[in-house]
Design a protein around this ligand. Structure first.
Ligand code: TPP
Ligand code: MG
Length: 580
């Protein structure tokens, strides 16, 4: 029988899978081993693919997601059957909500033991089907390459929305051999996904409506990530205002005259034309409701249905890859003069500028809380000062995420996303640091969120992931605690944590770590942490700081909209129109 290839004219299925991944340029797999997948695991390592072995499968999928988001290359996770796969579900769900290409490979019991109560047997495909773009069991040797090829195409959104895909193999199939003449070689090379060109008629209509607008507002999402140059040119020539939605943070520099992050609500309320580029109108944009955008017509650019027409139809909808669409708009609009109301733009900019100045002051000098501990803004101000422009920030938590979203701009940025998925911080940070060892990677996490995947600090150490983990330690699930104070007569139930010694925990796992209580010590502590990363700073912050998300009622989950004011506006609209 010999090695994996058996004889030169046949190839073991597990080797074929590993070879497919290697040929596709997959250079790392995040995973946790198990008997059902061990043969694939073994072959991938032998073919030179780096195995980033983790402590929980959920973290593996989170890492694959962050790798995919930051590098725009397919993220791959490998998990064993049964509990390996169920542990992965939160990671898969998060990639599903964020539409990020991730390939999850799993095992399943051998076919002769199917439905007999085999070890780790579960209807895996049925479980993940609603949260994947593709989920199949492969049972026949000649199907292996074509299914993997199809799985990757679905993950990358070739003719659909990108997102996670799941494929599992019965262990006995992995040991079978495929005769060489049956190996479909044309399945190995990656197919180029050509950008989708827009229809010229749609471009003409988009230009007409955009260039006639008095108060145009541009909002981008993850679909716009590859369109930096054309997006900035559009903002320049249209002379509009621009809002970033964290999905595409870093795309437009903070100092671009169109960016007005501090007057978000007013811009949304007063705009007469909203251009949405590559983004869903989800809860973060009030579902595009007429209550939240009372004055606006919509132009929507997207390459899938959710971006193109979900929740609210556009007055003009342009199907196409955002980069192609924006270039086409710029070409058609050449020499046209926009009808923008300059006074409106100037007014928004003036207020935005003033608020940003206030924020700068708060970051430098917010006073401590009644408990004497530092305000989270002081921590974030120091992190901001320590970061270079090409740094990567991961934010995770409740109150602290809300503060970080406002304070840490002009960097590559990932956070809990639309799934509100606490626990992404440590794994996202590890994947980022492994993808970009030369860049600063900082994870800012609430103490509650940090605990969820804290053991992955061990993974950071073992794999030399030089991230800096900053735990904002307020000894609470504080945004929820604030909700109890506000809306539940101050009855505190299950929202307080001990002020754990997270620095001690990190040191036990081999990291450099410090506990910091005085903001004056933070600059040097951060410098040491970046020099000696992987490192952790356990920073005591006050519970008394009420974050913007706490204030807007996000934790309270209003009926019709995510924020209390939008909910009131929505209910008023329903009351006026009788519509639900
Ligand atoms: C997995 C998960 N569990 C629970 C929640 C609900 N939740 C949202 S924010 C939050 C509190 C987070 O606490 P922490 O990370 O310490 O941040 P803080 O609010 O204290 O700054 C909780 C429990 C969630 N979003 N995700
Ligand atoms: Mg906390």
């Amino acid at each position: 029988m010999g090695g994996p290839l058996g004889s030169s004219d046949s190839e073991e299925i597990s080797h074929l899978i590993a070879r497919f991944l290697a040929e596709r340029g997959v250079d790392r797999i995040f995973g946790l081993c198990g008997g059902h997948i061990m043969s694939i695991w073994n072959h991938t390592a032998q073919l030179g693919i780096r195995i980033i072995d983790v402590r929980d499968e959920r973290a593996a999928v989170h890492m694959a997601q962050a790798h995919s988001e930051l590098t725009r290359r397919l993220g791959v996770a490998m998990v064993t059957a049964g509990p390996g796969m169920t542990n992965a579900i939160t990671g898969i769900a998060n990639a599903h909500v964020s539409s990020v290409p991730v390939l999850v490979i799993s095992g399943r019991p051998p076919r002769p033991q199917e439905n007999m109560g085999a070890l780790q047997e579960l209807p895996q495909v049925e479980i993940v089907k609603p949260i994947t773009r593709y989920a199949r069991t492969i049972t026949y040797p000649t199907h292996v390459l074509r299914e993997l090829d199809e799985a990757v195409a679905c993950a990358e959104g070739q003719s659909g929305e990108p997102g996670p895909v799941f494929v599992d193999f019965p262990t006995d199939l992995l040991r079978e051999k495929l005769p060489a003449p049956l190996v479909e070689r044309d399945r190995f090379p990656q197919r180029e996904a050509f950008p989708i060109p827009p229809a010229p008629e749609a471009i003409d209509r988009a230009v007409d409506i955009l260039w006639a607008a008095r108060r145009p507002l541009v909002i981008t999402g993850r679909g716009a990530r590859g369109s930096k140059g054309s997006l900035v040119r559009l903002l320049d020539v249209l002379g509009c205002v621009y809002l970033d939605t964290t999905e595409s943070r870093g795309l437009v520099p903070d100092d671009h005259p169109a960016t007005v992050p501090a007057v978000r609500g007013r811009a949304m309320r007063e705009a007469d034309l909203v251009l949405i580029v590559g983004r869903r109108l989800d809860f973060q944009l009030g579902y595009g409701s007429r209550a939240v955008f009372p004055n606006a017509r919509f132009v929507r650019i997207g390459s899938c249905a959710a971006e193109l027409r979900g929740n609210r139809r556009g007055d003009v909808e342009v199907l196409g890859s955002p980069s192609k669409v924006l270039e086409a708009i710029l070409a058609v609009a050449r020499n046209r003069r926009p009808a923008t109301d300059q006074a409106w733009i100037d007014e928004l900019r003036r207020i935005d500028h003033k608020r940003r100045e206030n924020l700068r002051r708060e970051l430098a000098s917010s006073p401590p809380g009644a408990d004497g501990a530092m305000h989270p803004y002081r921590l974030l101000g120091c992190v901001r000062d320590a970061l270079k422009r090409d740094g990567v920030v991961i934010a995770d938590g409740g109150d602290i995420l809300s503060f970080a979203r406002i304070a840490l701009t002009d960097v590559s940025y990932l956070d809990c996303g639309g799934f509100g998925c606490l626990g992404i911080g440590v794994p996202f940070g590890i994947a980022a640091a492994l993808a970009y060892p030369e860049l600063q990677v900082v994870v800012v996490s609430g103490d509650g969120a940090f605990g969820i995947n804290a053991i992955e600090l061990d993974t950071a150490k073992r794999h030399g992931a030089r991230a800096v983990f900053v735990v904002a330690n307020n000894a609470a699930w504080n945004i929820e605690r604030n909700d109890q104070l506000e809306a539940y007569c101050g009855r505190i139930v299950g929202t307080e944590l001990p002020s754990c010694d997270y620095a001690g925990l990190a040191r036990a796992l081999g990291l450099h770590a410090e506990r910091v209580g005085d903001p004056a010590d933070l600059p040097e502590a951060l410098k040491q942490a970046f020099d000696r990363a992987p490192a952790l700073l356990d920073v005591t912050v006050t519970r008394d700081a009420v974050s913007p998300d706490a204030r807007s009622g996000l934790a309270r989950v209003p009926d019709t909209q995510p924020l209390v004011t939008w909910d009131e506006m929505e209910k008023a609209l329903i009351g006026r129109t009788g519509n639900i």
